[in-house]
Design a protein around this ligand. Structure first.
Ligand code: GUN
Length: 177
């Protein structure tokens, strides 16, 4: 059982207030939360998993260009934006939670090389739900996923983004990260 999202709960909110509260669950892509709200919420949607399923379905049903735009809205892992403090609050917490702010110089360079190789191959950044992973596990997954084809990687990135959204909603419900 998960906690319920705190008041004012999703099912109690008008669109503007809902977006002020939950528009950022998908990185720089409030249209995902908006699409879910427009389908109508009941008290069931005050559960972070139900809300994550509802928002996730909007992203899954979006066309490929919209999906790629959401993938592209994500910052690189251990990238320049992380160094200069330009990440969203959620990304900052997630990247630090995986110890990415503690990379050695060699690990940091490995991330830069992999970020570049991945971007060159697929045209979007590498996205992975980092909760529960340390930077070694992330680097291993990074190298494996670089071998995938474009369609597989697009699908994987979307699944990972929905997983990230689910974790973010659980954090909003007061569960520790
Ligand atoms: N997974 C969890 N947070 C992030 C992030 O900020 N960027 C990327 N690329 N993946 C993530």
């Amino acid at each position: 059982m998960s906690n319920t999202l705190p008041p004012p709960r999703p099912s109690e909110l008008e669109l503007d207030a809902f977006l002020a509260q939950y528009g950022d669950i998908f990185e720089h892509s409030p249209w995902v939360a908006e699409g879910a709200w427009k389908q109508g919420f009941t008290a069931r949607h005050d559960d972070p998993d139900v809300l994550a399923d509802s928002m996730g379905a909007i992203l899954q049903q979006a066309d490929i260009d919209q999906q790629i735009a959401v993938i592209r809205a994500h910052p690189d892992l251990a990238g320049k934006a992380a160094l200069t403090g330009e990440l969203t609050q959620d990304s900052t917490r997630e990247q630090a939670g995986a110890g990415l702010d503690q990379c050695t110089t060699a690990e940091f360079e490995r991330f830069q090389n992999l970020n570049q190789a991945y971007q060159d191959k697929f045209g979007f950044p590498f996205v992975i739900a980092v909760k529960g992973l340390d930077r070694h596990a992330i680097l291993d997954a990074f190298e494996k996923r670089l071998e995938n084809d474009l369609a597989t990687e697009r699908r994987t990135a979307i699944e990972q983004i929905i997983k990230i959204a689910r974790f973010r909603l659980h954090v909003r419900a007061g569960e520790t990260q």
